[in-house]
Design a protein around this ligand. Structure first.
Ligand code: BDR
Ligand code: CA
Length: 306
């Protein structure tokens, strides 16, 4: 069976790091390119983290381009409270040579799409780069099989009552993607907040004798501590790998067809993903998750990162 081609646009970020690990070690996926966005930290930091991770996974051959340093129209917002000053506090990487693709993030997305068919674009951060790519070249639509994103929620947000971080940072970009007519799959807080990195999960992972297991445990210790302190959660939710897991194993998430609109106002509702069953459907929204199967997929891939 041929592998599913993906582009990953991310802002590592502890959970983005694990999404990238899965993308690199999955048998089902072919990772064509990686682009970074400003979100969990500034663009220089998320890019450095992505570079470190790709090298750590022995995948420095995969093109990696820095994306936009700001959202489309709003001021940049970062999240050091959860991801630390580096954006990936908890793990020290060897010193790798800095080598980024010469193109801007959105241009790498455009070129990669035009050179391929049926590509899935996965976003695990604010959707700025994909929105820029769509605005610069509408022909890329025909080359996208599907957009799969971590973001939004059918219920409450995490940064404001209304909004989830990735959508809140750049609602205008999300709006461009959600109204593009491209098939879209959304995995939001309503499912990802059920996937908690409990002490049992960390303990289980610490028995995995690979570099992937070690990376996971070290990152999750910091991530959990910050999530507990900042959000008062019992453990950190491992949001971003949900996108990749949903592509690898169809049995982990249940999706339902809905209408989703993005609130782009300047009110306290900004960034809300307004979900309804009654309007014309434009998005497949994850509504259920099999948590046990989720962790099986994560652990399987941590074992492969030797
Ligand atoms: C999202 O926000 C970021 O902090 C995480 O990496 C994830 O993509 C969760 O709201
Ligand atoms: Ca992220």
């Amino acid at each position: 069976m041929s592998k599913r081609k993906i582009i990953l646009d991310c802002d590592p970020g502890h959970d983005d790091a694990i999404a990238l690990l899965l993308s690199c070690y999955s048998d089902e996926l072919e990772l064509l390119a990686v682009t970074t966005c400003a979100g969990n930290q500034t663009i220089d930091k998320t890019s450095k983290n992505a570079l470190n991770l790709l090298n750590f996974f022995n995948k420095s051959n995969i093109p990696l381009a820095k994306g936009s340093s700001t959202p489309l129209v709003r001021k940049i917002m970062t999240c050091p409270e959860i991801h630390g000053e580096s954006g990936l506090d908890g793990f020290t990487f060897p010193l790798y040579k800095e080598q980024y693709d010469y193109r801007k993030g959105y241009q790498l997305i455009i070129d990669t799409l035009l050179n391929n068919e049926e590509v899935t674009v996965v976003t695990t951060g604010p959707m700025t780069n994909l929105a820029l790519a769509l605005s610069h070249n509408s022909r890329i639509k025909n080359h996208i099989k599907e957009i799969v994103l971590m973001g939004g929620s059918t219920g409450e947000g995490n940064i404001t009552k209304a909004a989830e971080f990735n959508i809140l940072v750049d609602p205008e970009a999300a709006n461009i993607c959600f109204t593009s007519g491209i098939p879209l799959r959304m995995l939001g807080l309503n499912v990802t907040r059920q996937i908690l990195v409990t002490d049992e999960v960390v303990n289980e992972a610490s028995k995995i004798p690979t570099r992937g297991g070690d990376l996971f445990v070290k990152l999750m210790k910091v991530f959990n501590k910050n999530q507990r302190g900042f959000f008062g959660l019992s453990a950190g939710p491992l949001h971003d790998p949900a996108t990749i897991v949903s592509l690898i194993n169809k049995d982990v998430f249940t999706f339902e067809d809905m209408n989703v609109q993005i609130d782009i106002s300047d009110t306290d509702q900004a960034g809300k993903t307004i979900c309804s069953y009654n309007e014309p459907h434009n998005v497949k929204v994850a509504t259920k998750v099999n948590v046990e199967l989720y962790w099986k997929e994560i652990f399987k891939h941590l074992r492969r990162c030797k």
